[in-house]
Design a protein around this ligand. Structure first.
Ligand SMILES: [Fe+2]
Length: 135
């Protein structure tokens, strides 16, 4: 299944949207590889990309929230931290046991769905707030 960056996922903040798109692209690459039975070859690249990119992306978002005094920033950061932990857990599992089909499938589903839901529920709200601040 492809993750499509639809209009309702736009925050209206160019940098944030560009980063979200890049995350979707990475998840789609993994998803395509899985469909072709090549998920296990792709997973190393995906996890490396995710672990770096998520840290950069989350800290960029959190910086904007601090800068503009976003009222929900503590809760938002807690969501990010929880997700960073679960990505770390996936990487630990991969490092310890390699790329099992089950693990690859789980990463493929969980990461994409988390991103999709988080953007829809939290980042769009943040975007509306930032736009109100003239960002
Ligand atoms: Fe976020």
């Amino acid at each position: 299944m492809a993750y499509i960056f639809t209009k309702d996922l736009e925050t209206g903040v160019a940098q944030v949207d560009a980063q979200h798109k890049a995350l979707f692209d990475a998840m789609n690459q993994l998803s395509n590889a899985c469909e072709q039975g090549k998920g296990r070859d792709e997973i190393d690249k995906t996890l490396k990309f995710l672990s770096d990119y998520i840290i950069t992306h989350f800290s960029d978002e959190e910086r904007l929230q601090r800068q503009y005094g976003y009222p929900d920033r503590v809760q938002h950061k807690a969501y990010h931290d929880q997700f960073k932990m679960s990505v770390k857990k996936m990487i630990d599992e991969y490092t310890a046991g390699g790329a099992s089909i089950v693990l690859v499938g789980e990463i493929n589903r969980k990461v994409g769905m988390w991103l999709l839901n988080h953007i829809k529920r939290e980042d769009v709200k943040l975007g509306a707030f930032l736009k109100g601040k003239g960002v």
